[in-house]
Design a protein around this ligand. Structure first.
Ligand SMILES: [Fe+2]
Length: 394
């Protein structure tokens, strides 16, 4: 829908000046026109000149930057354009700032490196831009809910908020200036990665979340917001799920909803009974022994499989992590490095042991989690899961 802004008015003859506002469709259309005009994206490989390709890539980066500066752009489109810009930047990094030293790296046999870099760029740019939903309106969202960023008056600090089973005796209800239990748990989760409390009622949390304007996120289209999780064998599992690959065995570290363009911010897990099968939690800010491979995490490209909504992304954007080895396929060597890094971090994960009735709230943007192998005679282990987006994307 075309949008207009009022820029002035005239009297005594009633009149008004209107200016057309850009929206995401218009901005995306301009970027697609920009890409269509890039010779390096369609000319025969053998006719390309390295220096010209670098110049073209740099010019494309600059022009994408101009669109990123458009105040009308939504957060989601900005994120997609930043990824597009990154693809061109990676190409320039690969070729060199001037392309002048390319010959020194040329292989005497096989496909020449420029053609390989161009092929990779073309493939990723084409598939990335093809996934743009030009017929829908993207929405803006904040990184964290206001309730989590601004400590309510009278509430406990994040450092003293419940972390591990401090009991439900301090429960309060919102509406009188006091924070709810859910808000305090969310503050603690934002600070520490996760927080838990015993004896809590999931339905009360759901009501509090609704009052805060949080949105429940089903993991699959058409599913209810509340899911009941039980261990299942590979044969009984839903297709393309972690259980379909790992069955009753140990799961790898993952982000819930990694296949969604916007994974949930918070994941609430609740138990009614004790279970000897722990949940494993790994905070991305507390990695294990090996230094995090930042280049691989931020620049390795994964294909996220989600049927017609599949898309490309790195594992880390702006410090927010997304990884699930079942729905994310590495597309390049850096993504393989990132996947290997997450796999080896499992041994550094912390255990959350389920003891009676408990609620565990996980910061799904900065913490990866996993389920340990199902313990003997624990096939009836049951958890309730509710995932939330806390931004203002409604
Ligand atoms: Fe999970």
């Amino acid at each position: 829908m075309t949008r207009y802004r009022l820029t002035g008015a005239s009297v005594p003859v009633a009149g008004a000046q209107w200016e057309r506002k850009d929206d995401d469709r218009e901005i995306a259309r301009r970027v697609l026109n920009l890409l269509a005009d890039r010779r390096m994206l369609w000319k025969d490989f053998s006719l390309e000149i390295e220096e010209h390709c670098v110049t073209s890539a740099n010019r494309t980066r600059e022009q994408i930057g101009v669109h990123l500066d458009n105040p009308e752009i939504s957060t989601e489109l900005a994120r997609r354009l930043e990824l597009l810009q990154r693809l061109f930047r990676d190409f320039v990094d690969e070729v060199g700032p001037h392309g002048g030293d390319w010959d020194r790296r040329r292989s005497p046999m096989g496909t020449d490196p420029l053609s390989m870099a161009l092929g990779r760029l073309r493939g990723l740019v084409g598939l990335q831009s093809a996934s743009w939903p030009l017929t829908t309106t993207w929405t803006c969202r904040r990184s964290w809910p206001r309730s989590c960023r601004i400590k309510p008056a009278g509430s406990s600090s994040a450092s003293t908020a419940p972390r591990h089973d401090e009991g439900a005796s301090t429960r309060t209800r919102g509406g009188n200036g006091m924070s709810t239990e859910l808000e305090r748990l969310a503050e603690a989760a934002q600070s520490d990665g996760w927080a838990s409390i015993s004896g809590a009622d999931v339905e009360i949390f759901r009501r509090d979340a609704q009052a805060l304007g949080w949105r429940e996120i089903p993991m699959r289209r058409g599913d209810p917001g509340v899911a009941v999780l039980r261990p299942v064998t590979r044969e009984a599992a839903r297709p393309r799920s972690l259980s379909a690959v790992h069955g009753l065995g140990a799961q790898p570290l993952h982000t819930d909803g990694a296949h969604l363009f916007e994974p949930p911010d918070l994941v609430l897990l609740a138990s009614q009974d004790s279970s000897p099968t722990p949940t494993l939690l790994w905070h991305t800010r507390k990695p294990g022994r090996r230094q995090a491979p930042h280049q691989a995490l931020q620049h390795g490209i994964f294909l996220v499989h989600n049927r017609q909504d599949s898309f490309f992304t790195p594992a880390v954007i702006g410090g927010v992590h997304r990884f699930d080895p079942v729905c994310m396929s590495p597309c390049d060597s850096r993504a393989h490095t990132a996947a290997a890094y997450f796999a080896e971090q499992l041994e550094h994960a912390e255990q959350h042991n389920w003891s009676g009735s408990q609620v565990l709230l996980i910061d799904n943007r900065h913490v990866l989690h996993a389920r340990a192998a199902v313990a003997d005679k624990d096939e009836e282990r049951t958890l309730t899961r509710v995932a939330f987006n806390t931004g203002d994307s409604r």
